[in-house]
Design a binder for this molecule. Structure first.
Ligand SMILES: *Cc1c(COP(=O)(O)O)cnc(C)c1O
Ligand SMILES: [Zn+2]
Length: 550
């Protein structure tokens, strides 16, 4: 797949790498991926017929070099459902619901998480930070578990406890920040900066925008199959795309999808965009209605719909405003009560139970139809996302969350930030070296460690490399395979025990091999524990690890 990253401010082109988050020339963080549209425009349509309906069917248009099917949970390819009853009620017969609840973690964030995690995996990145109003972190957490990526999820205290538990259920660290979502993002960002960790950049994340655009491709393709192909183009476009927004990443990505299809000649127009916000936190709607070029932030959001509580949209507003205006769309806001009512109507009339944030989109649809902005003959697609399953508290046990109070009486915001940060985690975690030649086994051990405790994990893929690593880093614990090229585990142990600095480092031998009596004798007294590979599933392994690094 060939693609390149273009700076939206200065036009400079640079290759893609997930950790480089700004333009090397002008430092702008607003960039986007470009592909060979000439070629893809001609070749991809014929290939699609044979592909299954996941977002990877458009992989030539995604910033991933080698899509890795083993990370997939079946993201994308959600149904486009005609809302017959709602259509009758509203006198607008062509309302379609893009049912993003049917993603692996029940929100459209699954697209973002699957593509971003695929990019991180491809770049060899194994740890990341994300600030979230809930759904992003749930989805990242699920994909991170498959990919062996450790996730630090920073959420605000308004996120419902069931969602926090769901994040934790997939084995990620949950850090609850008692403060606004904007403060939560600050702590996350400072944490990532200090530890040099990859950080999700919201709407500025290239993989996220690219992932979201697959919604547009699917809508056009699906609408064509239900309404029949248009005369002059490959696919059909609806008249409206309606979505509840927080930071605006969804519509930014979806717009890019339609724009690309238009550029390739697959569709002849871009639908009108209708981003909907909750009244208590509607900086974009209010700024648009006043005709402002820059959004005025809402400092203390007053909505119970925490999923949509981005108070400061920053430049996302400027881009989105351009798209809404050029597509003939409209921003709109609705009250929490209207959103809850719409949610109930949707469930009662269409059998679709969504979370309140999706209720906002439907309440916005009702309002725009009533105001005559959306006409009765228009074809409308509403993004319906968010439906979460509760994780029972008893599954998780204790200590699955860090509870950070953003101090209210500090002298300066900087002091507040530092004090909040110091509550997240200690400076230094116990170091564990995994010396193992099979990549899959290393990933498994890393994942078990990542998901249940905080460790700095070091890895080596053979005995010689492992010995160097141990002598250099002096870890608190070594997890060692026996059968390895270059130097086997027995030789590593002998070398460790021969030197005073490394003689007392505890070693857990993890092996798939049946040991002979002679081998057992060689290990006896030299190691702290012996694990057969099947033992990893039981809790003993972690208890062993925790006991040894005391
Ligand atoms: C994230 C989210 C939104 C808002 O998405 P943005 O496009 O990032 O503004 C809306 N509804 C639900 C259910 C979400 O999870
Ligand atoms: Zn630039």
């Amino acid at each position: 797949m060939s693609f390149i990253i273009k700076c939206l401010d200065c036009g400079h082109y640079a290759p893609y790498y997930p950790t480089s988050t700004s333009c090397p020339k002008c430092n702008s963080q607003w960039r986007e991926a470009e592909y060979d549209y000439e070629l893809i425009g001609k070749t991809l349509p014929a290939l699609l017929a044979k592909r299954s309906s996941s977002l990877w069917r458009y992989h030539e248009l995604l910033p991933i070099r080698n899509p890795n099917p083993s990370l997939s949970l079946g993201e994308g390819g959600t149904p486009l459902i005609r809302a017959v009853n709602l259509g009758m009620m509203l006198g607008c017969p062509n309302i379609y619901i893009k049912d993003e609840r049917q993603g692996p973690t029940s929100s459209f964030k699954d697209r973002q998480a699957s593509v971003t995690i695929a990019a991180l995996k491809e770049a060899g990145i194994t740890e990341m930070v994300a600030a979230s109003t809930g759904n992003v972190a749930i989805s990242y957490s699920a994909y991170a578990s498959r990919a062996g990526v450790k996730l630090w999820a920073f959420v605000t205290s308004l996120v419902p406890a069931v969602k926090m538990r769901e994040i934790a259920l997939y084995g990620s660290q949950v850090i609850k920040i008692t403060g606004s979502y904007d403060q939560c993002k600050q702590v996350a960002s400072e944490f990532a900066r200090q530890r040099h960790l990859y950080q999700d950049m919201g709407a500025r994340t290239i993989t996220s925008i690219e992932a979201m655009k697959t919604i547009a491709y699917e809508i056009a393709e699906q609408l064509t199959s239900v309404q029949g192909p248009p005369k002059d183009t490959l696919w059909r476009t609806p008249d409206w795309y309606v979505q509840a927004i927080s930071g605006g990443m969804g519509p930014l990505g979806v717009y890019k999808g339609f724009r690309e299809m238009k550029q390739m000649g697959w569709v002849d127009r871009i639908p009108a965009f209708a981003p909907i916000q909750a009244e208590g936190c509607a900086p974009m709607v209010e700024s648009w209605k006043k005709g402002l070029e820059k959004a005025v932030p809402v400092t203390s959001p007053k909505t119970r719909i925490e999923t949509l509580a981005t108070g400061d949209p920053g430049r996302a507003y400027e881009f989105l405003r351009g798209y809404v205006d050029s597509s003939g769309g409209a921003f709109e806001s609705v009250s929490d009560e209207d959103a809850f009512r719409a949610m109930h109507v949707l469930a009662k009339m269409e059998g679709i139970s969504a979370e309140p944030a999706a209720g906002v989109a439907f309440a916005g649809l009702f309002k725009l139809i009533r105001a005559g902005v959306i006409k009765s003959s228009d074809t409308v697609v509403v993004n319906c996302t968010g439906h979460t399953m509760p994780a029972d508290p008893s599954i998780l046990g204790e200590n699955w969350m860090h509870d950070v109070k953003f101090p209210t009486k500090e002298e300066t915001p900087q002091e507040g930030l530092l004090s909040a940060l110091s509550q997240v985690a200690p400076e230094r975690f116990p170091k564990i070296a995994i010396v193992e030649d099979t990549a899959e086994a290393r990933r498994l051990i890393r994942r078990i460690l990542q998901s249940q405790g905080n460790f700095t994990i070091l890895e080596a893929s053979n005995g010689r490399e492992g010995l160097d690593l141990i002598q250099r880093e002096l870890p608190d614990l070594v997890i060692l395979d026996l059968m390895m090229p270059e130097m086997d585990g027995f030789a590593v142990i002998e070398a460790l025990r021969a030197k005073p600095e490394t003689a007392t480092i505890p070693v857990i031998v993890a092996t798939a091999k049946e040991l002979t009596t002679d081998e057992k004798n060689r290990l006896s007294g030299q190691i702290q524990s012996l694990m057969q590979k099947g033992d990893f599933l039981n809790d003993e392994f972690l208890e062993e690890v925790k006991a040894l690094i005391k």
